[in-house]
Structure formats: structure tokens, C-alpha cells
Design a protein around this ligand. Structure first.
Ligand code: ES4
Ligand code: ZN
Length: 319
């Protein structure tokens, strides 16, 4: 029995397996620039975040209809259930779809249709976090937030993803202020490839409650001290860090040091189809590579619920 856990850093588009990509391509009459699933898999040799993002956005061309998004979410939920996931906070990238003429209605409609019955079918509670693409303009992010207003009953929070370098969190101050006024929870990717100062900026300017990645916090003791003091959760993605060359090999991932420093660490899969494993696989991989004992794994699983927005809702109801 895998350890029950929550997954807090998961891009639904990053769960698109090559087999489903080819199935959707055939269904939608989309021609992919790969001859086979094997050839596509062989293209998953990334040199950095951008080299991954280019392939990731390209492959999204197969996602066209509400049914496609429902099928994508269903495939993820089935895999996640096998890996002990009991709660998932799921990112999606509406700008990447709307740029291709796929509406917010189609994206949120398909995802939320699958998620609505996830508890009964898979034993997984879910919520949706809409991400803004930080390499696009703040105006585009604001338009995306406006386009999402009719669907806010199905969206719990906002996040910030895509290419980090040169796109500091402060660029999105107003969008995050507006999201707060609309009652949305706030997270942001920070310190994946970008400097530790971006982590502080996401906290101070965007008022985020959680940091996605936060890996580079270890370069600045003052940032670590702040994150420890305020017990800000970090959603680490060790397999992603290896595949995107943020760390050389998993054995050199600083997870152990981060936990020992008192950081509130969680372990997540990010884009499991591309990075070699779902969240249970990721737990196994760090256990092996870093020699984590069962107690450390239990701490990581417990942290995943503590850091979730679910826990918070329960705490709030209890008060
Ligand atoms: C992402 Cl690994 C990663 N980093 C930033 N943005 C992303 N979107 C999907 N995966
Ligand atoms: Zn991510």
C-alpha cells in the first residue's frame, strides 16, 4: 500500500502521456511531428526549463475539445490513485490553450467534469489552480483572470508558471491583487531556475501562501530563515529538477538538507509524463537516492496534507 499523500504541484498538461497524445491527435486530425510514441519519448532529453517548455506547449496542440480535457484528467486520476494520492491540487495553463483558439469554457468544462466525480471513482479530492504564463504580459494575465470569472466556483486559486528567468513575480502584482479580491488562493513558481530574491518577492509582493519549487532558497540563508520562520510550504519536484538540469543527479538533490533546515517541504511530480514518474514513483526515487527512512517519508506525506488548501478549509471550519 503506497503512503496516502496529497499532490500539490502537478500541471495537468504535463500528465499527457505519448499514447494519449497520439490517440487525441488521431481523433482531432492533428499531425504530430513525431512518427511514433517511441520517437516522441526519445525527444524528452531536456537541457533546461525552456527546452522542456517548447516541447510541452507544442504537444498541447492535440488538446482541442472538452472531452479531451476530461480524458486527460481521468488518465491522471487513475495513475494518481495507484500511487496513493488522496488529494490533488491541479494546475492548468489556460493561456496556452486560448492562444490556440480553445476557450476557457472548454478547458474548465472538461477538467471540472472529470474532477466532479473523482472522489467517488478514485477516492481523490481535487481542486483547480489556474496558472498565468509569466513570460507573457501582465495584461494578458489580467484578461485571463477576467475570462475565468464565470468559472470561479470551480477554481480555487491562481499560480504563476512557465519561463522564470527575467520574469520577476512583481510583474504580476495587480493581477494577484485582483485575484485576492475575488477570493482566490495564491501560489507561484519561484526559485526553480530564478534567484532566491524571486521567492521573497513572491511572498512580499504577490502575497502567495505557498512557493512552487523554492529550490534556490538554499543559495541564501536569509531566505531559508524567512521560509522556516513563517513555515511557508515548498512544493519541491526532485525528478523535474534532475530532468531540467537544475541539479545534476538525484543523489545531489538538497531535499535532506532542506528538511533538516526546518523547511516545510513537500515532494511532487510537476509534469510526470515528461520527467519519469508520478508522485509515488518520486517518493521511491528520493528514498533510494537520498537514503530517506520511513519516518522522513511519513513526514513528507504529512507535510503534503498540512500544506494543502484542503487542510486549511478544515481548520477554518473547525474554528
Ligand atoms: C513547468 Cl517544470 C515547470 N516550470 C515552470 N512552468 C511549468 N509549466 C509546466 N511545467
Ligand atoms: Zn511546475
Amino acid at each position: 500500500m503506497p503512503l496516502p499523500k496529497a499532490e500539490l504541484h502537478l500541471h495537468i498538461e504535463g500528465t499527457l502521456e505519448p499514447e494519449l497524445a497520439f490517440e487525441l491527435a488521431a481523433r482531432n486530425g492533428v499531425t504530430l511531428p513525431y512518427a511514433s510514441t517511441e520517437e516522441l519519448r526519445r525527444a524528452y532529453l531536456f537541457t533546461d526549463l525552456q527546452s522542456f517548455l517548447d516541447l510541452y506547449y507544442g504537444l498541447m496542440a492535440v488538446l482541442r475539445t472538452e472531452q479531451d480535457f476530461a480524458d486527460l484528467a481521468d488518465a491522471y486520476l487513475a495513475r494518481a490513485a495507484e500511487q496513493g494520492v488522496r488529494h490533488a491540487e491541479i494546475f492548468f495553463d489556460p493561456q496556452a490553450h486560448m492562444a490556440r483558439g480553445v476557450s476557457m469554457e472548454t478547458v474548465v468544462g472538461g477538467l471540472s467534469r472529470a474532477l466532479a466525480t473523482s472522489e467517488e471513482r478514485f477516492g481523490i479530492s481535487t481542486l483547480l489552480i489556474m496558472c498565468f504564463l509569466r513570460d507573457q504580459s501582465a495584461e494578458s494575465a489580467m484578461e485571463t483572470l477576467k475570462a475565468a470569472e464565470p468559472y470561479l466556483n470551480r477554481i480555487t486559486g491562481v499560480g504563476l508558471d512557465s519561463a522564470e528567468a527575467g520574469h520577476p513575480p512583481a510583474k504580476f502584482r495587480e493581477v494577484y491583487e485582483e485575484a485576492g479580491r475575488l477570493g482566490l488562493r495564491k501560489v507561484a513558481h519561484a526559485g526553480e531556475e530564478g534567484p532566491p530574491a524571486y521567492i521573497t518577492e513572491a511572498l512580499d509582493v504577490l502575497k502567495v501562501e505557498r512557493i512552487d519549487h523554492g529550490l534556490t532558497s538554499m543559495q541564501d540563508p536569509a531566505v531559508v530563515e524567512r521560509l522556516v520562520r513563517d513555515q511557508i510550504p515548498l512544493t519541491l519536484c526532485p525528478l523535474s529538477n534532475v530532468r531540467l538540469r537544475a541539479v545534476d543527479i538525484l543523489e545531489e538533490h538538497p531535499l535532506r538538507e532542506m528538511m533538516a533546515a526546518g523547511l516545510l517541504c513537500t515532494v511532487n511530480s510537476d509534469d510526470p509524463s515528461y520527467f519519469g514518474g508520478y508522485v509515488g514513483d518520486t517518493f521511491h526515487a528520493v528514498q533510494e537516492a537520498l537514503g530517506l527512512d520511513h519516518e522522513a517519508l511519513r513526514t513528507l506525506a504529512r507535510n503534503s496534507f498540512r500544506a494543502s488548501f484542503l487542510e486549511d478549509d478544515e481548520e477554518r471550519r473547525a474554528r
